[in-house]
Design a protein around this ligand. Sequence first.
Ligand code: BJW
Length: 237
Amino acid sequence: MNQRKVVVLTGAGVSAESGLKTFRDSNGLWEQHRVEEVATPEAFQTNPELVYRFYNARRQQLQEPDVQPNAAHQALARLEQHLGSNLTLVTQNVDDLHERAGSQQVLHMHGQLMSARCVASGIRRPFTRSFDATTACTCCQPANQLRPDIVWFGETPMFMDKIIVAVTQADLFIAIGTSGQVYPAAGFAQLAHESGVRTVELNLEPDIHHPYFDEHRQGPAGQVVPQFIDELIQTNA
Ligand code: BJW
């Protein structure tokens, strides 16, 4: 089998039709705070209650019955079934909707909502409930504090080495529902383009982001992603 290597980068737009707000759309504020004010180590240091509250609210919302994977998540799970390890699915999203749709190999470069990390040991554990500064870790003696398992501004995103190798060695790079405003993810299209990789952008908005995409398809992810993935599976068969 001579299948093409594909890297998919997803952003908040892929989960918008599942009922999760994006960050930078007109209603992308949380309690009147911009994400840049809440998602930083400095905010966690100076106002930990606010930061815990922000992530507790989002973790709770993620578990509401009406928040379910949409047709875009499902199409990407189908693509994994088709390509196996030739697909690298990178998400900036901290939700678990890709996994719930059936994707098994997801690189969460900005961390995960349903996980907590010990501030001292760095050890992560699955966490579905709310937690705060009084919630103790179970890995240290004496116990330490837990923090959201999230990559904040100024922190190093996860899996960077693996992602860079995958992007530069791919045949196709697809960015879905991301504004291209947050680095290093915002630089992946340029990296792919300069490595001779075909680049495609699927977004609700017209082609406004940057010149590194060879193709742009406009529309809601729930429509354009299944359409594009089905075409890809047919031509790649
Ligand atoms: C639809 C749709 C539908 C809507 N269908 N589409 C100056 C210059 C360059 C860089 C920097 C700089 N100053 C600081 C930096 C670095 C900084 C950065 O980029 N800042 C910018 C604000 C300028 N980056 C960092 O600090 C990162 N770390 C880092 O750089 O470390 C150094 C390093 C680099 C490389 C190797 C090693 C070390 C860390 C960034 C952490 C980002 N964290 C957040 C919050 C935490 C997670 C959380 O709470 O959820 O991650 S910020 C937030 O933005 C979140 C997202 O993952 C991320 C990206 O947002 P995304 O997904 O693009 O969402 P939106 O809302 O922006 O866009 C939605 C899109 O969907 C839009 O395009 C819509 O059109 C579309 N859409 N509905 C299809 N139905």
